[in-house]
Design a protein around this ligand. Structure first.
Ligand SMILES: NC(=O)c1ccc[n+]([C@@H]2O[C@H](COP(=O)([O-])OP(=O)(O)OC[C@H]3O[C@@H](n4cnc5c(N)ncnc54)[C@H](O)[C@@H]3O)[C@@H](O)[C@H]2O)c1
Length: 378
């Protein structure tokens, strides 16, 4: 693969139709932005942005892609969109992504995360234009044993709470569809679909206002001059800058496009060990980079959430050549810088240009790290 031009992924995505579910969400907006910068034709299919404010509207992404409001639980509508746009690539991110909401809305969580995934896979089965399908699940899909070492792709999936379990189910569904309908051994004989699932850690970056997520909680509190309320100070998570897993998804998608049979499987994209920190450590970093803020520890009883969670990304490193670029310090610094601009009133085209700059700064760092060229306009 030509990895030397235009930011690492070569021309693979240029002029390609890429359908993203969940494009109005935090990760989906960044992925849509990155793909448009790579020259792809992005078709987004989602419900309305899940929060107010949100990155999708703040950077006016609607004007840059084909924006479709739709529900992944509505199979007929979803398939009609696949039929109309004939995508070659599919990145499925749409989900009910929050553990605490899943305790309140377990049925909605399973319907969205499991049946929604099945509907996407049915669309891929029916519409023959699709060559690459990447299903985004979570590090929480693993049966959590509170191990001190990282989970590998071969470890059993499971999940204590409905969210984690729904992502474990989405993994099982993806694996069954891969074996039954898109078997890598039959690639280019009976079908032309490469199907993978991807599991990333806790993602941080500018533009997330998700409920009950630590960075948005910090930002909301600091912006109102209030103390940050921490629920589980000692919970340990693999913190990652938002562009880290997205670089993995894009690299994987490009390789799947080139050699579908070889790359169709499950992949972890986790950070280096030094980025695995407690929630309290992360909050202290936020306060440092914001240069202000205080916190209190919430002593109330909360529903169960995993205490210790680590991902082993050796497979992606060895077989895809993927690696993390920003450590947790850089990730928090970049994240806080983005929010500072937002809360200083930057919006629309100006915020869009700034966000594109953040993306290209990352891509150029990536290119340096990987030893490749990636300056914008190469
Ligand atoms: N943010 C993280 O730290 C993290 C970590 C691991 C995995 N993930 C996974 O990454 C994906 C994206 O997460 P995010 O942080 O961007 O979440 P988000 O809440 O910001 O975005 C979710 C997106 O899904 C859409 N959506 C929800 N229900 C839908 C439905 N029924 N039909 C169509 N669209 C629907 C929303 O409109 C939104 O576009 C999710 O699958 C999530 O589980 C996120």
């Amino acid at each position: 693969m030509d990895r030397t031009i235009n930011g690492y992924f070569g021309d693979i995505y240029k002029n390609k139709k890429v359908l993203i579910t969940g494009h109005t969400g935090f990760k989906g907006s960044w992925l849509s932005l990155w793909l448009t910068e790579l020259g792809a034709n992005v078709i987004g299919y989602s419900l309305e942005p899940p929060t107010e404010p949100n990155l999708f509207e703040a950077i006016t992404l609607k004007d840059k892609i084909t924006h479709i409001i739709g529900d992944v639980r509505d199979e007929e509508h979803l398939i009609s969109i696949f039929e109309k746009y004939q995508p070659e690539f599919v990145f499925h991110l749409a989900a009910q992504p929050l553990v605490r909401v899943s305790y309140k809305e377990p049925k909605l969580t399973y319907e969205t995360n499991v049946m929604g995934t099945i509907n996407v896979l049915e669309a891929v089965k029916k519409i023959k234009s699709v060559r690459v399908c990447v299903i985004i699940t979570s590090d929480k899909c693993y049966e959590n044993k509170e191990w001190v070492y990282g989970y590998r792709e071969t470890d059993p999936v499971g999940g204590y709470d409905p969210y984690s379990s729904s992502k474990g189910c989405a993994e099982l569904v993806t694996s069954a569809y891969r074996r039954s309908f898109f078997n890598p051994e039959d690639y280019s004989k009976t079908h032309n679909v490469a199907l993978s699932s991807v599991r990333a850690g806790n993602v941080i970056g500018g533009g997330d206002w998700g409920e009950d997520r630590i960075i948005p909680d910090c930002i909301r509190a600091i912006a109102k001059n209030k103390a940050i309320n921490i629920r589980s100070p000692q919970a340990t998570r693999p913190w990652q800058y938002v562009l880290e897993p997205l670089s993995g998804y894009l690299l994987l998608g490009a390789l799947m496009y080139e050699d579908g049979g070889k790359y169709s499987s499950a992949w972890n994209f986790g950070p280096n060990d030094e980025s695995i920190k407690t929630v309290e450590d992360l909050v202290n970093l936020v306060i440092k980079y914001w240069d202000g803020g205080t916190y209190t520890i919430d002593t109330l009883n909360h529903p169960h959430e995993a205490g210790l969670l680590k991902l082993d990304a050796s497979k992606a490193r060895a077989l895809l050549g993927w690696k993390p670029i920003y450590d947790v310090y850089k990730a928090v610094e970049k994240t806080i810088n983005w929010y500072k601009n937002f809360y200083n009133g930057m919006r629309n085209e100006k915020l869009y240009e700034f966000t594109v700059g953040v993306l290209w700064e990352y891509v150029n760092r990536m290119s340096d790290e990987y030893g490749m060229m990636g300056e914008k306009g190469d």
